[in-house]
Ligand binder design. Structure first.
Ligand code: CAA
Length: 387
């Protein structure tokens, strides 16, 4: 087993850390307060090759592996979770499935500019009544001549208001349930496409989230991704890798909270000594550091499996589950270690605490991760008759 990073991985990690600490972190508080989309960071990340990290170089991506992607994403996440989710959705939820399932013709138009970071992608699976039960799609796509006419609403779409194109999942055959779902590449300028309600959120306030409205939306037949009926497989396959990204984001948030609390504990005095002298806080820090490291190892294992063409869905779910619960636990303790100051907006731990929560919800709630893991471990002993 090899825990050592390659020289290239170290270089990319350092490059991402420099950018994250020097440019992203100093702006994070203000962007969060104003709920302002981090457009300047996305532009710079495009220049640094961070928007299409796993896309092959022939399609203008960086051609790197998943592990290297997690190293860079952790750095951005430790600085600003809003910026990191924007990055992760473009990388794993948009560019990922286009790289894997699109034709060369589609890639020219819908991959290269997104991998270069000139355009931004999104992933539209959830609907007002369809979250965890992703197979229960209500959006309908009907083929008429050389176009699909799509009707429905998607909600909680990260990057929604800023995306140039997105993957939209819709039923092409309602009777077939998950086998009747298809995936489409939909541009923001297509007739019948519009942005609905823009959401105000508890955390990751600088990222953009909205409803997407499709009213007789006209999508060229050529924009079907894969074949009719392949949509659910594409959606699930994409979420497997997306969950490595959200696990990474959670590790970054946990790390930032731990580092802030550790530093504060050496500066703040009570009862005549720096508070890091107190055993209660030392135990907090020991557990914060241990859990964050364990979460990172799970994330790196899932990334390694993906990079080595192994089955990794269960391991990605384990990584996301453990990392997101760790982020919530660690940020809670970081606020506690700051006492009253931890509850004040000027202190970064307040933002980390709010940002951590979403990692237990998006790209599959913790309950869905447990379902995926439980089904996988039961299948390992031959049980497949799930209700
Ligand atoms: N990869 C490929 N195929 C898969 C798969 C995977 N990971 N998981 C399941 N499948 C296949 C199964 O093999 C099965 O195929 P067959 O019918 O050919 O046998 C088919 O899909 C149906 O599988 P299930 O019976 O397991 O499906 P289910 O209806 O019970 O649902 C689920 C499974 C795991 C609960 C799934 O619905 C799920 O993951 N739900 C959560 C959805 C989710 O994560 N949403 C997040 C929205 S995106 C987001 O948050 C983005 C953002 O903006 C940041």
């Amino acid at each position: 087993m090899e825990f050592k990073l390659t020289d290239e991985q170290k270089m990319i990690q350092e490059m991402a850390r420099d950018f994250a600490q020097n440019e992203v972190a100093p702006a994070a508080h203000e962007l969060d307060m104003k709920s302002e989309f981090p457009a300047q960071h996305i532009k710079k990340m495009a220049e640094l090759g961070l928007m299409g990290m796993m896309v092959p170089t022939e399609w203008d991506g960086a051609g790197l592996d998943t592990l290297t992607y997690t190293l860079a994403l952790e750095e951005i996440s430790a600085a600003c979770a809003s910026t990191s989710v924007t990055m992760s959705v473009n990388n794993s939820l948009y560019c990922g499935p286009i790289t894997k399932f699109a034709t060369d013709e589609q890639k020219k138009k819908y991959l290269s500019p997104f991998a270069r970071g000139e355009q931004l992608g999104a992933y539209a699976l959830s609907e007002p009544g369809t979250g965890s039960d992703a197979a229960n799609q209500q959006t309908i796509a009907t083929l008429k001549g050389d176009k699909y006419i799509i009707n429905g609403r998607k909600n909680f779409i990260t990057n929604g208001p800023n995306a140039d194109a997105m993957l939209v999942y819709a039923m092409t055959d309602k009777d077939k349930r998950h086998k009747g779902i298809s995936a489409f590449i939909v541009e923001k300028n297509f007739p019948g496409f519009s942005i609905g309600k823009i959401e105000k959120k508890l955390g990751i306030c600088a990222s953009s989230t909205s409803e997407i409205v499709l009213e007789d939306c006209e999508v060229p037949k050529a924009n079907l991704l894969g074949e009719e009926g392949m949509g659910f497989t594409i959606a699930m396959n994409t979420l497997d890798s997306g969950r490595i990204g959200i696990g990474t984001q959670a590790v970054g948030i946990a790390r930032a909270a731990f580092e802030a609390a550790r530093k504060y504990s050496t500066e703040r005095e009570a009862f005549g000594a720096a508070i890091c002298n107190f055993q209660a806080l030392q135990h907090f820090m020991a557990d914060m550091a241990t859990r964050t490291d364990a979460a990172r190892l799970l994330v790196h294992r899932a990334a390694w499996l993906r990079d080595n063409n192994q089955v990794y869905g269960k391991e990605a779910a384990m990584a996301k589950l453990y990392a997101s619960e760790t982020a919530n636990w660690v940020t809670d303790k970081a606020v506690q270690m700051h006492g009253g100051y931890g509850y004040i907006k000027e202190y970064d731990v307040e933002r980390y605490f709010r940002d951590a929560k979403i990692t237990e919800i998006y790209e599959g709630t913790s309950e869905i991760q447990r379902l995926v893991i439980a089904r996988a471990v039961l299948k390992e002993i031959g049980f497949t008759k799930f209700q």
